[in-house]
Each structure stands twice: as C-alpha cells, then as structure tokens.
Design a protein around this ligand. Structure first.
Ligand code: SF4
Length: 372
C-alpha cells in the first residue's frame, strides 16, 4: 500500500463515558510495553512492503495521552522506523485534560507532536460529572494553558451539545468560554444515543430523554452563528477552523485519499476498498503477536457505493459537489430554503442549516445521479 496519511488507534481509557461506544480498553494500568510491541508486530506483519510518506499522522483513541510522556515518544519512534514522516507533517495526538502536564506536553512536542485534540466536551462541572468524564472544567482550562506555554499552539478542543434537558446545561456559556480561549480549531458534536452505552440504557428505561430535535437544531445553529462571527470557518459539518488551521488529516478522509490504519479497530482505505482490524484489544494483541493479520473485515466499494460516498463526503465539507446543468432544476429548492449556495455558479455547498439535513440531501442527490 502507498499512502500519505496514517491513523494509529490507542484504545486505552480510565473508564467509559456514558455516551461512548468507541472501541476502547478500560485499564487502570496502561500496558504500554505490550501495546508498543504489538504495534510494531502489526507493522512487520502487514506493512513490510508498504510505502508511507506521511503528510499527516493521527494518534486517536481511546485516549492516546494515557501512554504518558515516554509512551508517546516510543509510539513516534516505532512509526519513524516503519514510515517516512515529512518535515512539515501534521502530527496530532488526542489527549484528555487530566493527562496534560508541563512534563508530558514538553515531551510530546520534543517527540514531534505538533497538534493536540483535547477532549473537553463542556466547561460545566455538573455536565462533565454526568458524562462520567475524568476531568473538571478547571483541569481543562489548565491543560489548554499548559499546552500553549509548552509551545503546542495548534490546538483543537471537542465540545458536545444537545445534552438532555434535565442536565440543565448552558450551551451558550460553554461557547462564550470557548471563544475567550482564542483557539485555532474546534470540533462540535451533537450528543447521540447509542444503544449499547449507559446513556442508551437510561433512555431505553426512560430514566433520561434525548434532547428534543428543536434543541439540537437551535444549539447547532447557535454554535454556527457565534463561531463564524468570531472568524472561524465552518468547513465541515462538525468542524471549525481559523483560516489555515483546518485538520489536514481529516480533510484527507473527506477527500477519499488513501490512508493506513494500525491498531485495534483501525480502518484503512487503499482507494478501492476499506479494511478494518479486530476491535477487541486482547484479540488484536493475540493475533499480531502470533504473526497473523488482525483483519476483521474488508469491503470493496462498487461504482454505486463510491459515488454515494463521494456525494456524501463532498457535501459534508465546504468542498461541495459540482452540479451538472441537468441537476440544477432539482437543487433550486435547496437554494430557496437557504440550505445551500452555489459557488462559481456550479459548486453546491451546504449552509449550516443545510448540514442539519445532510443525510436526506445527500441521499436525494445520489438517487438523482444513479438514475442519470
Ligand atoms: S475518553 Fe473518549 S474514548 Fe474514552 S470513554 Fe470517554 S468518549 Fe470514549
């Protein structure tokens, strides 16, 4: 395989947040040695003939910062042994606030990390406790300050909106605090209820109700209005960046560029199809240490599926999709409703209000194209 982008999955978390259905391994003691050894074995088993010349490298999770200062340095050492990392590569580490100290931040920067994505979610201690997060607001603010002081200023934070009404969360207050921090990038996600989570079980038992659809819409649009007025570019349905500070790694996913994926549950795309690894940490370790491919599945993308994916991915970013003359009459409705605009008379781009209807707009356009 040849790729300029690589994702490495680090599955460890101290405990599971109430809404989380990611592939994680809850550990009080992080098995750094075992994990790094297994990662190296996966490189040897699966990618001994691959060519990685990396423009972006993303350590996601889980909580990669749980590897600590030395663990992250070793992670980069392993990667450098097996892949070329360009001098100007974007190298992102997902981190939780409680793992950030002057020592860890310094070690990460020295190791090569030049972008941190911090899981903040809210600046309200009541909301954070309800989510079962392991940090409070003060810890998050201190982590942001420390990362700046240690020279990692390419910083993004994650925020979650549309929490249940009974949590009495002030979304506007969280946005105000965020704007005061003058960060270059934000990821803003609506809380979704997945069935196999604590939150999913609470909702099924009717102990908690999901936020109303109107709340979801109004909070999404409030974020869009406030953040764009403050100079952020809303460049993807959930992502905001100051000019020149968009996530280069995620942009490669949305542009359907090839990327490698290493670690439990990691996905990989070679341009024709997608494969993914066994998601359970123990199974992944066992298989790679026996010299086996840890693959759990692969799907080849047919012509129809590729087209559908392209429409969806183009519409979820400001790249948009080029509309043919024959399609123009079908999109007038979107323009009239304020859900989309036309750039250069031919590129359809969704607005904030349009992104709230992304799925149905993308499905309709795909249907139209598949019939033509
Ligand atoms: S820290 Fe992130 S990955 Fe870990 S349990 Fe919470 S939401 Fe899931």
């Amino acid at each position: 395989m040849r790729a300029e982008h690589l994702y490495v999955h680090v599955p460890f978390c101290a405990r599971r947040c109430v809404y989380c259905d990611f592939s994680i391994a809850v550990r009080s003691h992080i098995p750094v040695d075992e994990y790094i050894r297994a990662l190296d074995r996966e490189w040897i088993t699966r990618h001994h003939e691959s060519e990685f010349d990396l423009a972006t490298l993303y350590f996601g999770g889980g909580t990669p910062s749980k590897l600590g200062a030395q663990g992250v340095s070793r992670l980069l050492d392993v990667t450098r042994r097996r892949a070329r990392i360009r001098d100007d590569a974007e190298i992102t580490l997902e981190a939780n606030p409680e793992d950030v100290s002057p020592e860890s931040a310094r070690a990460w920067r020295v190791a090569g990390i030049n972008r941190v994505s911090l899981g903040v979610q809210s600046f309200d201690d009541g909301v954070l406790a309800w989510m079962h997060r392991t940090h409070d607001a003060e810890t998050a603010l201190r982590a942001i300050k420390v990362l700046h002081e240690e020279g990692i200023d390419n910083l993004s934070i994650d925020l979650i909106f549309a929490t249940p009404a009974t949590i009495s969360r002030e979304w506007e207050r969280d946005l105000e605090i965020t704007l005061g921090l003058e960060l270059p990038h934000l990821s803003v996600y609506g809380l979704t209820v997945e069935p196999h989570t604590s939150l999913g079980r609470w909702v099924a038992r009717r102990d908690v109700s999901e936020a109303a659809e109107e709340t979801f819409e109004s909070e999404y649009l409030l974020a869009h209005d406030r953040l764009t007025a403050a100079g952020f570019e809303h460049y993807e349905v959930s992502n905001y960046g100051k000019p020149g500070r968009h996530s280069r790694h995620n942009w490669a996913y949305w542009n359907r560029q090839a990327y490698g994926g290493i670690g439990p549950s990691a996905h990989e795309f070679d341009g024709a199809g997608r494969r993914w690894n066994a998601s359970a940490y123990v199974e992944w370790v066992g298989r790679v240490m026996r010299g086996e491919d840890p693959r759990e599945g692969r799907e080849e993308l047919g012509q129809e599926q590729s087209m559908a994916e392209e429409v969806y991915l183009n519409l979820r970013t400001t790249a948009g999709t080029v509309i043919s003359p024959a399609e123009r009459q079908h999109i007038v409705r979107l323009l009239d409703a304020g859900w989309a605009g036309l750039a250069n008379d031919s590129t359809l781009r969704l607005t904030g209000a349009g992104w709230l209807r992304l799925d149905s707009i993308a499905n309709n356009l795909t249907l139209l194209r598949s019939r033509s």
